[in-house]
Design a protein around this ligand. Structure first.
Ligand code: AMP
Length: 418
């Protein structure tokens, strides 16, 4: 038997409806805030992600799907959306008038260990606001992300915020935590021992219980903020409070990617069945510059769509279309019935053409397909240019069937289904 590749799944039925629903709702909220859609290629040259995300991050060092293509180029299936969007903004010279506000929705790929809500192919909806560096913008972007969740119908979430400060902050803080973790090196998990050498900040979001205990006493970034970084972060928090958003400051929130500076944030589900990160983002100061663009800053976020789907009740998406069956009594009436079936569709009416088996089987099929009416054409109907209409869901004898002229059928069905 063929199966999909591990960690990748087929999307259909209710899941597909949920996906379309989330995408449409998110897009409508962000269009109102001035975002327009961008679709970048699903693959980029590997250097795009290596440079932007950072060689020592988990995403680049362990999780990328990287291949050498037939032309000998190293290409990578995108593990996240921001790097490609920023690459495109520079390549396509989209920075003529600032700010540039872009949203995207599509597949991402990470060679991660599959589990509930974690796949190797998953989808993200994300936004990037480029060209304005201001706490007002950061707070607006966080508020917009929260609004998306509300509009989708997800209310059980919390917002965690932190600031990674500026370059000066980061240099001083990195020195402090290297010093601290070096004193506890032997007690750190093997993964965090490697992180200590390569990317010490990452230790702060380790899931290992022993690491977590060591982290609880680690230096806190706020003590290393420059004056500017401190007041920037205070203003963001003040604005979030003014917007009435419930947030929690978490000074250990460093996020998994290297490009963040200043504001970093994460949305976590608080719903009992899935208490994981559902989205996150932050500000980046150097990313455009890294791709050869001007020295402008941006801020963005992405939601994992599969994770949002997990939080939506199936019930709401179980809506079936209202439809009718067109049934010829014998093969002799197939063509007439088929013409009626086409006529209904050209009038925007959902219909099924059921012409296999005997009459009993055809009626059973119509009822399995939840058709509300059976439009039956037999020898007599064909001769008199009429259709016999059977109401499928009624028990009242006088309502069960009636004859109607072919010319009036479309309008009659429309009235019933409306
Ligand atoms: P990140 O790009 O790592 O900040 O992730 C942003 C969001 O994407 C997360 O909060 C998740 O909702 C989602 N996400 C990240 N990795 C995966 C994955 N392997 N499978 C499903 N969703 C994911």
């Amino acid at each position: 038997m063929f199966r999909p590749v591990r960690g990748m799944k087929d999307l259909y039925g209710i899941e597909s409806s949920k996906y379309e629903y989330i995408r449409a709702k998110a897009m409508s909220v962000c269009s109102r805030y001035g975002y327009s859609e961008i679709s970048t290629p699903m693959v980029e040259y590997s250097s795009v992600f290596q440079r932007a995300i950072g060689d020592d991050t988990d995403v680049v060092s362990k999780e990328m799907y990287t291949f050498v293509d037939r032309g000998g180029e190293s290409i990578t299936l995108r593990p996240e959306g921001t790097a490609g969007v920023i690459r495109a903004v520079v390549t396509e010279s989209l920075i003529q008038t600032l700010p540039v506000r872009l949203m995207y929705c599509g597949e991402m790929f990470r060679y991660d260990r599959p589990q509930k809500g974690r796949f190797r192919q998953f989808r993200q909806f994300g936004c990037e606001h480029i060209g304005e560096k201001s706490p007002y913008v950061d707070a607006t972007v966080i508020a917009m992300a929260a609004e998306i969740l509300n509009v989708i119908g997800i209310f059980g979430f919390e917002i965690l915020v932190n600031s990674l400060g500026d370059t000066e902050t980061m240099e001083a803080y990195t020195k402090a935590i290297v010093k601290y973790f070096s004193r506890h090196e032997k007690s750190l998990s093997p993964d965090s021992q490697v992180r200590l050498a390569k990317n010490p900040l990452r230790i702060l979001d380790s899931k290992d219980q022993g690491d977590r205990e060591i982290c609880s006493m680690a230096p806190i970034i706020t003590d290393y903020f420059t004056k500017e970084a401190g007041s920037y972060f205070c203003k963001v928090c003040e604005l979030l409070s003014a917007y009435g958003l419930n947030y929690e400051i978490n000074n250990f929130l460093v996020r998994g990617l290297d490009y963040y500076t200043h504001t970093a944030f994460e949305f976590k589900s608080t719903a009992g069945q899935f208490m994981e990160s559902i989205g996150g983002g932050g500000r980046y100061d150097k990313l455009l510059n890294m791709f050869g663009g001007p020295d402008v800053s941006g801020v963005g976020f992405a939601f994992g769509i599969e994770r949002l789907m997990l939080l939506l009740d199936d019930e709401r998406f179980n809506v079936s279309r209202r439809t009718v069956a067109v049934i010829p009594v014998s093969d002799e009436e197939n063509d007439s019935a088929f013409s009626l079936f086409r006529l209904l569709h050209s009038n925007g009416i959902s219909a099924e053409f059921i012409h296999y088996g005997n009459m009993g089987k055809k009626m059973k099929t119509a009822s399995k397909l939840k058709c509300e009416l059976a439009l039956i054409i037999g020898e007599e109907e064909k001769a008199s240019d009429t259709v016999t209409i059977k109401f499928m869901n009624t028990t009242e004898p006088e309502q069960k069937s009636r004859s109607i002229s072919s010319n009036d059928v479309a309008q009659f069905v429309k009235n019933i289904l409306s």
